[in-house]
Design a protein around this ligand. Sequence first.
Ligand SMILES: [Mg+2]
Length: 367
Amino acid sequence: MASTIATASTRVLRQPRTALTCKRQLHTQDAGCRWHFGAAVVFDIDGVLVRGKQTIKEARRALDMLNGQNKLKRRIPFALLTNGGGVSEQDKASQISAMLGTRISANQVILAHSPMQALAAKYKDSHVLVVGGPGRQCADIAHAYGFRNVSTPNDIVAWRPEIWPFIRLSPEIRVEKRAFDQHPFAAVMVFHDSFDFGRDLQIVTDVLRSREGRLSAEYVGRQTVPLFLSNADLVFSNEYVRPRFGQGAFHECLRAMWCALTRGASLEYTRYGKPFAVQYRHAEQVLDALVEAQNSSVCEHRRIYAIGDNPAADIAGANAAGWTSILVRTGVFSGTNDPENPAQLVVDHVGDAVEKIIDIEHQRFTS
Ligand SMILES: [Mg+2]
């Protein structure tokens, strides 16, 4: 299918500069290839660069184009922005690099929980419950983010197995048992999909309505502990023929349980991940850091292009952030454009998307 509209919007970033200064900063000499800092590209991963365990064949060529194989003969900074998580940024960078046969660094990767690092400024010494993923994997990620006092639902089950009597912890599972009636929780953070909905619904609601964050016989009739959620996607795609429940499905269950347990009270929470603005502000900081790492400064007229396959997440978030949204047809979307969250450009695949970006930037550069 042919592409539809091509409109490049601008995003004003920090440090306003004069047009002359800005023009000088658009292109900087790198050891191998000059950089074009007038634009930056942010890719979704699933449905854009890969599909499950398979790569999308145009993905490598798209990255090669951004790495200088284009008619501008310049490199364009790019980052990956995914609602996936449960691994470190380094592990995701290594995984995608191996799949695509290219080199992507950890500081180009933004996972659903990456902006939650900022919460460490407030909670680094507080006791927090980290939910999601297998074993202590997400607890280890939280530690790396700066949270020094992290527990998991398995730690709580190890302390009082009767709190969720339907499972038996395997001796191989790493737990850090402590007296949770003596160590109050200051926050609950859901980092990834729940690997045990029942256990996590029970334990999270126990903590949220506990007196001063302590797990005891006494419940309070209101929410006493703040809740942070990292990915609102209701479903995700894998090798199965139909979409599977994602972290958003866990949120829906949690809200329904909370409403039932509190006679209609609303659950209070802070959300991260696409399409929420916090994710896009974090991505802009990541792009700023990539530019600054090349000894350059942020340009006030830089255009940010977002390439995604999910209108409700990728396109809605990019449009709200003032970025140029490009929708591809290699993932969950097929059609002309999305009526609810229309993209500024719709193309067949990521190779076409990057070609369009190069065309727009070349036209700007040479006009
Ligand atoms: Mg996707």
